[in-house]
Design a protein around this ligand. Structure first.
Ligand code: ADP
Ligand code: GN1
Ligand code: MG
Length: 359
């Protein structure tokens, strides 16, 4: 019989669970919240200590998630199911933190590495369908959980501030990586300029579309639920497309140390484009289609500079397992961005082909 951490047991006791927990153990590979799996004799749950530094307005965040999941359920779709506290709230404060419980979505798998094009095409179609769902959603009800989330020039300014401060004295050891971001300084406004002048439509988007934020049926392989709804807010379709490509069109894990294994795969790019753009081509504007490859490069550069900024700042934002973890992640993102840049004409040809296929 395993003993349960008494703090976690006390937190779990605040929620209306079906049965008493027989185990509570760390779970998943998210970088932001601290996630546990609760097992009772009859059911499983996800318990999360929410990251209140990243999401300071817990009430607003949980209200957003309640609204989005409520609308998904009203359409008969499978989604996150918030398990209330014993006094009927959607979250609680305990041990100096903010906690929530979701019903565990059983019989699913999620991937940190794409096993093949079919899975990635399916993920693209599911995120495309989610985008369609969000297009009917009244965004005025949502609070913005993180300001400037995919504002790449803003992220670059944050990176420059972390570099100037260099609080851990790490900048000297990562000159090549720093230079990769400084040398591309004139490119970062590609999407924000379009949003500002109206040529890129502002939509409601998921904003964190990496492959492990989608659960697929373990038997049929069909996408079952899009999870990690914390960042649903106004944004660009280019963010959702781009972030999926950043993470999924790679031949290696986001934190692969051996860069010889890290490549941008055009086959995976094509598969995701077929799924996502194939699903949405009726609503993708010509300018968005033109910018989809740039969106992939931009999200890859942005995420890499965020990892590097966090490395320079002493690893305060992303969960890390060892001191160089954020730098290792930065290196994979630079490699991928470079290979995307080298293949941008082919990426455009693939997008054009998929857009034309439905015309
Ligand atoms: P983070 O914001 O830290 O990424 P997530 O909400 O994405 O946290 O959760 C981390 C991981 O936990 C997910 O990648 C997924 O594997 C798993 N997970 C989260 N919610 C559920 C759920 N309701 N059912 C099954 N697995 C889940
Ligand atoms: C974080 O929460 P998670 O692990 O799904 C981050 C994303 C990054 C991603 C990089 C709220 O996603 O923006 O792209 O790590 N989420 C937040 O893997 O910052
Ligand atoms: Mg996640």
């Amino acid at each position: 019989m395993t003993t349960i951490d008494p703090t976690l047991a006390a937190v779990a006791d605040r929620f209306a669970l079906d049965g008493a927990p027989r185990s509570i153990a760390p779970y998943g590979d998210g970088h932001i919240n601290t996630t546990y799996l609760i097992e009772t004799d009859s059911r499983r749950y996800i318990l999360q200590r929410m990251n209140t530094s990243v999401f300071p307005d817990t009430a607003g965040l949980m209200c957003n998630i309640g609204l989005v999941t409520g609308a998904l359920k009203a359409q008969g779709r499978e989604t996150l199911d918030i398990v209330p506290t014993t006094d009927g709230a959607s979250w609680c404060e305990a041990d100096g933190g903010a906690w929530r419980v979701y019903a565990f979505i059983e019989g699913t798998v999620s991937y940190n590495l794409v096993p093949g094009p079919d899975v990635f095409r399916e993920a693209g179609a599911a995120f495309g369908e989610f985008q369609e769902f969000l297009s009917d959603f009244d965004a005025s009800q949502l609070t913005e959980p993180i300001a400037h989330f995919h504002d790449t020039p803003h992220r670059f300014a944050d990176f420059q501030a972390a570099l100037a401060a260099d609080v851990k004295g790490r900048a000297a050891s990562c000159g090549r990586e720093i230079e990769a971001y400084l040398s591309r300084a004139d490119r970062y406004a590609a999407i924000t300029d379009g949003l500002a002048d109206g040529t890129v439509p502002l939509r409601v988007t998921h904003n964190d579309t990496k492959l492990n934020n989608i659960l697929m049926d373990a038997t049929t392989g069909k996408a079952r639920a899009i999870i990690d709804l914390d960042t649903v807010m106004p944004g660009s379709m280019l963010y959702d497309f781009g972030d999926s490509i950043r993470f999924g069109a790679s031949t290696a894990l986001e934190d692969e140390k051996d860069l010889d294994k890290v490549h941008f795969s055009l086959d995976l790019f094509r598969a995701y484009t077929e799924g996502f753009v194939g699903r949405l081509r009726g609503s993708v504007t010509p300018r968005e289609a033109e910018l989809l490859p740039t969106g992939a490069i931009m999200m890859t550069l942005e995420c890499g500079m965020r990892f590097l900024a966090d490395y320079l700042a002493g690893d305060t934002y992303f969960a890390t397992k060892y001191p160089e973890h954020n730098l290792v992640r930065t290196r994979t993102q630079i490699r991928l961005a470079e290979e995307m840049e080298a293949n941008i004409d082919r990426m455009h040809a693939i997008v054009d082909h998929v857009m034309e296929a439905g015309a």
